[in-house]
Ligand binder design. Structure first.
Ligand SMILES: Cc1cc2nc3c(=O)[nH]c(=O)nc-3n(C[C@H](O)[C@H](O)[C@H](O)COP(=O)(O)O)c2cc1C
Length: 88
């Protein structure tokens, strides 16, 4: 399997000014535009609001949360209560 990106310095694209997530999430959102399969974005997504924005705007089909859940075990409950309209 070929590794396409090893670090941010390998990028041959610029992340648009104002894009509020990191280059890994940006890469996922760009892939999402070009494929017909569901895309999960990951890395540095900390809050339910950040996650919800990506889903509601159609920039990803799923978000994966790692460290945010370790920091706050109630993360999913918070997402459920704060983003009820999306989860319902
Ligand atoms: C405790 C822990 C265990 C992880 N285990 C795996 C793993 O087994 N396989 C994998 O591909 N990524 C693993 N990851 C990486 C996460 O899937 C994720 O890509 C990474 O944590 C970045 O997302 P985050 O910023 O929300 O933490 C792990 C991350 C953490 C914090």
């Amino acid at each position: 399997m070929e590794t396409l990106l090893a670090s941010e310095s390998d990028l041959d694209f610029k992340i648009p000014r104002g894009f509020k997530y990191n280059w890994i999430v940006y890469g996922g959102t760009e892939i999402k535009k070009k494929v017909k399969v569901p895309v999960i974005v990951v890395n540095g997504i900390r809050t339910p609001a950040q996650a919800n924005f990506l889903i509601e705007k159609g920039k990803a089909d799923f978000v994966a949360i790692g460290k945010g859940l370790l920091v706050d075990p109630a993360w999913a409950n918070q997402a459920e209560h704060n983003c009820q309209s999306y989860l319902a």
